[in-house]
Design a protein around this ligand. Sequence first.
Ligand SMILES: Cc1cc2nc3c(=O)[nH]c(=O)nc-3n(C[C@H](O)[C@H](O)[C@H](O)COP(=O)(O)O)c2cc1C
Length: 521
Amino acid sequence: MIRNQKQISISGIIILILILFNVIVVRNAYVINEKWYWAMIVSVPLLLIAIRDRIQKKHALIRNYPLIGHLRYFFESIRPEIRQYFFESDLDGKPFNRRQRSIVYQRAKNEKETVAFGMQSNPNVPGYEWVAHSVYPVKVNEKDLRVVIGNHQCLQPYSASIYNIGAMSYGALSKTAITALNQGAQLGGFAHNTGEGGISEHHLQGGDLIWQIGTGYFGCRDKNGKFHPLAFRKNAILPQVKMIELKLSQGAKPGHGGILPAAKNTEEIAAIRLVDPGTTVYSPSKHEEFENPEEMMNFLQLLRELSEGKPVGFKMCIGDKQEFINICDAIVQTGIKPDFISVDGAEGGTGAAPLEFTDHLGMPLCEALAFVKQTLDAYSLSKDIKIIAAGKIITGFDILKMISLGASACYSARGMMLALGCIQALICDSGKCPVGVATQNPSLYKGLDPADKKVRVANFHSKTITAAKEIMEACAFKKIEGIKPSKFFRRINEYETKSFEEIYFWQKDKILKNNIYTLLN
Ligand SMILES: Cc1cc2nc3c(=O)[nH]c(=O)nc-3n(C[C@H](O)[C@H](O)[C@H](O)COP(=O)(O)O)c2cc1C
């Protein structure tokens, strides 16, 4: 027999308690003291909220547990902070763990940067990496830690630092952040990549620029979004612009376009990007100016000529290896040699991306670098085309490791954000960045003082370079060309470690002798 049990729900109990509370307050106000009426400032709103919670149908939790259900949402909203402040160990925290973030802060603030009591990583766990030092350390001149980018086809080669500010647009970052980055670049003598959002006055603070051209052709487009040679030339010949980077893809969202929402498309941003203010602007996922690698080389040559011979290159995250091989074929066939290729690892960051693209598309940086380097070697292009690496490169060791895999220079995007004071709140896509780095909200970005932060950016750069130099000295790498993958090691399993040479370059001889397609195996 089914009994029709009538149970009083928890929501009913909560509302009953609140009604009772209000009755007691009114009674006490009558009987004891009129001051009890003040309690109604709290009791009545609580009752109204509870009734509203019970009526609404959007959140089952709040409907079933009026008032107290909100606690869950509150705790959920402060979970990242609670975790970061109270529970995170030095090796926890993603994408950058506390130890990594701390070293950036310490270097940026010119504070003590040593650590005490020894290694925190476990050297017996797979993935642990180290570099072989020498019993005969050498002296390295910090001035040697620069690299000339620009082959014989370029008229204005650029002497770049081996560590530069990675691409981040004005729009993704605030005007104060961009100003501080550019002024920091000027102070420290390194380059600042504009990102694909065009060149703003905040970029023109004296620091060297690498102007990035994305699929939206921001700053060099006509009304229909097509590439506009004259608009390009106007910016490209600016003395601050030292190199031009054509962006094909980035590691955090390869093959995905971008959206500039109407709300973010202010008069100022629209004027910089050459779009209509207040409209939603889409960056397509592919370039309209070329359909194949040969056309891409011709387009790069056009950029080179329009910029009066400045170094030109392209940025990509490696996906299908064959496509990169086809690009090398096109370089050989057209005879147009880009001056550099920026390789972004799948681990790269962004302001906003779909989760699947961030987590599952693109080749990780180490594999990608070794592949690009070996392919360029196989085509005898390494002499003319420099590789710039990007993807979580924030310490001297990271820089040298990437150089050992084929890079000539590196970018840091999020490392520089940390130097600006980023606290890894992971809300760049909300416009609510609490430290004013990744927001267009004046009340937030005004808190970031470029005069103070430019020094931090320059400090972070110079101290990281010094750290790289000291490792080179300890390992007897006299020049960056001497940094070899055979000196870097990674633990593979409990019993075995392998050098980067063995992990990434074991096919080298076969590739050089036979043909490049073995790389696809
Ligand atoms: C806020 C933000 C904005 C970015 N904007 C661009 C961009 O406009 N163009 C681009 O090619 N990459 C962009 N990136 C990717 C970085 O340039 C870089 O390739 C990637 O984050 C890896 O470097 P990192 O690990 O040092 O951050 C952006 C990254 C971040 C965090």
